[in-house]
Design a binder for this molecule. Structure first.
Ligand SMILES: *Cc1c(COP(=O)(O)O)cnc(C)c1O
Length: 656
């Protein structure tokens, strides 16, 4: 008896020690990890420290290499760069290139595939010089090459690619200038392929090749009937606007045969679309494409390369499902499914295993960049103290609304909601027709919103929430005003409702007990983020912390390395953000390897064709006139001109 009590007490004490935080109801970093799903979408690169800060670590096997983002941001600010800042982590790019190449190489080894894997990075996914440079550099040990879709991209690629064994794949429409450049690249030893997208292109390529006396490497882009689901997959299917259908393929083969150039046909390519969430679509496309490849070999083409395009998705919401912002497969599964499908098909036709090429862009660079910004202000939804009697005279309609407020309980939430909306509309009408004063209207709004607030509290106790009331939480969410532009920095969030993981980068050991939506600095109603990742669906609000006086609050938008940087559109003339490249060392230290200052006001104005000198002259004239009219003194004129000039040189975002 005695002993068992002692045992119970000891085990109780152990429990208490282990779960002290749980029992005290304290918020922990584990709860934050779960709430924001960082382990689900972070590709094992991100975690949370004991003191509640987001850590980044490209070295999965050495936890001591992790560095706090907040610490990096402090370093950036100490060097005089303002928020917003785009952080690029070259090690993450390196790690993703390694990961994808190793996954293919492991699958090849495991399955006994006789060919090899050689990826290419499609420049359009992030064309920034630094990015292309680093991909070319880190890719070298795997002979990971580049894919270009235009003349400027080819010109960029030729300056960055040093590895002559890596593929340089040219897609897109090609004029003779483009073709000549590619042919000369072949002469210089580059492994450059011309992928034919349109039947008309082939003769131009062969003509230029003859004229310059250089044998081209020809590829054909095929149109599959396989189609994939998801946001971006317009490129697949019979109606796809890109690629050649089966009769056009035969046409090209015949032209090559007639001109005695069939031996230049070495590559077959397709691109199903980007961010393909379902592995079944990927597999059926590979099967169809492998059959076409085998037939081209039977036609007598040497072939050797099968290029499966992009499409490898990123699990932005961490749900591991076939939801558009996710994927229902792992990178390993993607690689082994592809290798296996190609192998089976080739073995069935008795054809040597080709070199497998993929053009993964998104999966390679998404993790690389994180956008960090500070919160400027918060508009809280207010729950007012509504008195029982009013000190101003009010009409019957407001009395009725007040009755709704007072009589609200868990059983009549829906009815009260309907009534509150009804009276609010009538009261607005009365105001518009001049039957109410501004003070009366203000009082009615307070009662209305307090009613909504009360309803939102009551419905939390319900098992089933009436559909009408489901969105109430977002209606009364706080608005966090943030120092960044959706249009400039995460355009896909605005344009195609893409979801990105967003979370605070510090204070994660404190409870985030507010629900907010984010408004950007453009104050445009589209410059809002009100859809957030969730394991099951989409969330309308993001859990956030109460702002502390005298302390900045920083949020991070993660996985923004792909497609976001060059689609930005200067909305409200907010320009490029500051960009800082970070190199993380194994010992947990970091180095800021390069800082690229964002656009200044004068930069964005000159993009839209203002002449800065003219502007200064014109404004100086206005100021001079104001002096003449006695509105300002000459000394004030000098000060005003100085601040105008400083404004031109300033950052386009909110500066402290
Ligand atoms: C856009 C594009 C890619 C990149 O696709 P991801 O899904 O980002 O990997 C690859 N190939 C071609 C031809 C493309 O147009």
């Amino acid at each position: 008896m005695h002993i068992s009590i002692v045992n119970e007490i000891t085990s109780l004490r152990k429990d208490t020690l282990m779960n002290k935080n749980e029992i005290l109801g304290r918020w922990t970093k584990q709860k934050s990890e779960e709430l924001y799903g960082i382990k689900n979408w972070g590709g094992n690169y991100f975690s949370i420290s004991e003191d509640g800060e987001v850590l980044v670590n490209p070295y999965k096997s050495t936890p001591e290499s992790a560095v706090s983002l907040k610490q990096i941001i402090s370093g950036v600010e100490e060097r005089g760069l303002d928020m917003p800042v785009l952080l690029r982590f070259e090690n993450l790019l390196d790690a993703q290139i390694t990961y994808i190449n190793n996954s293919f190489n492991d699958a090849i080894k495991k399955l006994g595939y006789k060919g090899k894997y050689q990826g290419v990075y499609p420049i359009k996914v992030n064309q920034q010089q630094q990015v292309v440079h680093e991909v070319a550099k880190f890719g070298e040990r795997y002979h990971h090459g580049l894919e270009v879709g235009s003349k400027p991209e080819l010109i960029a690629a030729l300056s960055e690619l040093n590895d002559k064994e890596a593929c340089l794949i040219c897609n897109g429409y090609k004029d003779s200038e483009f073709i000549d450049l590619g042919l000369n690249a072949i002469k210089m030893g580059f492994k450059c392929f011309f992928v034919i997208e349109m039947p008309g292109e082939v003769n131009l390529i062969l003509d230029r090749a003859e004229a310059l006396g250089i044998r081209p490497n020809v590829g054909i882009r095929i149109k599959l009937s396989s189609k994939a689901g998801g946001h971006w997959t317009e490129s697949g299917g019979d109606r796809s606007i890109f690629g050649l259908n089966m009769s056009q393929i035969i046409e090209i083969v015949d032209i090559l045969k007639t001109r005695n150039m069939l031996d230049t046909l070495k590559l077959m390519h397709y691109h199903l679309g980007s961010q393909i969430p379902n592995i079944r679509d990927i597999r059926s496309a590979v099967q169809e494409a492998s059959r076409v490849y085998a037939e081209l070999v039977k036609e007598g083409a040497p072939m050797g390369y099968i290029d499966l395009g992009g499409g490898l998705a990123v699990d932005y919401d961490g749900s591991n499902t076939n939801f558009p912002s996710s994927r229902n497969y792992s990178v390993e599964e993607y690689c082994s499914d592809i290798v296996e499908a190609v192998m089976v098909s080739m073995d069935n036709s008795g054809i040597p295993h080709p070199i497998i090429v993929t053009e993964s862009g998104r999966a390679l660079v998404a993790y690389y960049s994180i956008l960090i910004f500070n919160v400027l202000d918060v508009a809280k939804f207010e729950n007012y103290d509504i008195p029982d009697t009013f000190d101003i005279e009010v009409p019957e309609q407001i009395i009725n609304l007040h009755e709704v407020y007072k009589g609200l309980n868990i059983k009549n939430v829906q009815e009260c909601y309907n009534d509150a909306l009804y009276y609010r509309d009538i009261i607005r009408d009365m105001f518009n027709h001049g039957h109410l004063t501004l003070r009366q209207r203000s009082l009615s709004e307070k009662i209305f919103w307090s009613t909504i607030y009360k309803i939102s509290k009551e419905i939390k106790k319900l098992k089933f929430i009436p559909t009408d009331l489901e969105d109430l939480e977002s209606a009364i969410a706080d608005i966090y005003y943030c120092n960044f532009s959706v249009f400039q920095s995460i355009p896909d969030s605005w344009a195609i409702d893409q979801l990105f993981p967003i979370m605070p980068i510090h204070r994660l050991n404190e409870i985030p007990d507010r629900n907010g939506v984010l408004a950007d600095i453009t104050c445009d109603c589209d410059g809002e983020i009100n859809k957030f990742i969730d394991l099951h669906d989409v969330k309308n609000t993001l859990p956030l912390h109460v702002l502390k006086p005298d302390e900045d609050y920083y949020l991070g938008v993660f996985l923004v390395g792909a497609y976001q940087e060059t689609l930005g559109d200067l909305h409200n003339l907010f320009g490029d953000t500051n960009v800082v490249s970070v190199r993380l060392e194994k010992d947990g230290t970091f180095e800021l390897v390069s800082e690229i200052e964002g656009d200044r006001v004068e930069d964005v104005l000159s993009y839209v064709e203002y002449n800065i000198k003219d502007m200064q002259v014109k404004f100086r004239k206005s100021a001079e006139n104001a002096v003449k009219e006695g509105l300002i003194t000459p000394i004030e004129r000098r000060e005003i001109m100085t601040s105008y000039d400083n404004g031109l040189r300033g950052y386009t975002y909110y500066e402290r």
